[in-house]
Design a protein around this ligand. Sequence first.
Ligand code: BT5
Length: 258
Amino acid sequence: MILDKRKFQLHLKTETLGHGFHLYERIDSTNRLAMEFLREGAPEGTTILAEQQTGGRGSNGRQWESLPGGLYLSVILRPQLMLADIFQLTLVAAFGVAQSLARLTGADVRLKWPNDLVIEQGGRLAKVGGILTETRIQGDRLAGAVVGMGINWDNPVPAEAARLKPLSRRDLDLAPVAAAVLLGLEESYQLWRQRGIERIVSGYERYLVNLGQAVEVPGHDGQGRIIGIDERGALRVLFLDGGETLVMPSELRLGYAR
Ligand code: BT5
């Protein structure tokens, strides 16, 4: 196995996340399996790891290329959360994972709105990871969620994407990387529960590459500038006339040019 179970356990510094974990050499999607475990009642923190995915999921039906050498993991969370605020979990994960990977590797890992981990390379942004949150809803409440994280470490990646291992100041294999990602998620999740979404928003904005970027928003005249995100993960865009608008992830896709 590329991911050493014992080594992973030795590196794991979390209180809850990753303590119950299932490691697979090859499965279709860690998110799909985690959703199944969620339905069956698996507790918060249950983690599914795979060395390779044959049907890795991106958002909106897109695919996540998941060849060996990368990190593919999904974590079950059971937060108290209103349905309208579900996107907060993606912000929590994005901030936590960007921060922990930057700390671990020394690489300048940043966030591209809404759910991409990127680095700047050759004057453009290259995607090094992505986050996909899926939820289970019962009636009008959230029964649980799965946060899936894919990190390009040492795997072959699509054109214009990048891997983190060559950028890391430390020579690491997947075990400490997996442990660090879980710790980053847990720290951010605890911060969110104790201090609320405001702290996550400001943390997320510290890593956001899109701040100050000029954008055109469908239905609005002229260019606006990105000034941050709101508590539901919408992009805040300010126009020259002083008007501000909120843009949901489904309404706009930002490019990779700098
Ligand atoms: C994402 O979607 O970025 C979320 C990716 C989440 C993957 C993890 S892996 C563990 C867990 N189990 C799963 O089944 N999924 C999660 P999105 O923003 O929609 O980006 C998808 C797009 O990124 C694709 O359409 C490609 O253009 C590009 N892409 C695909 N594979 C990539 C890779 N390995 N590296 C960089 N870009 C990739």
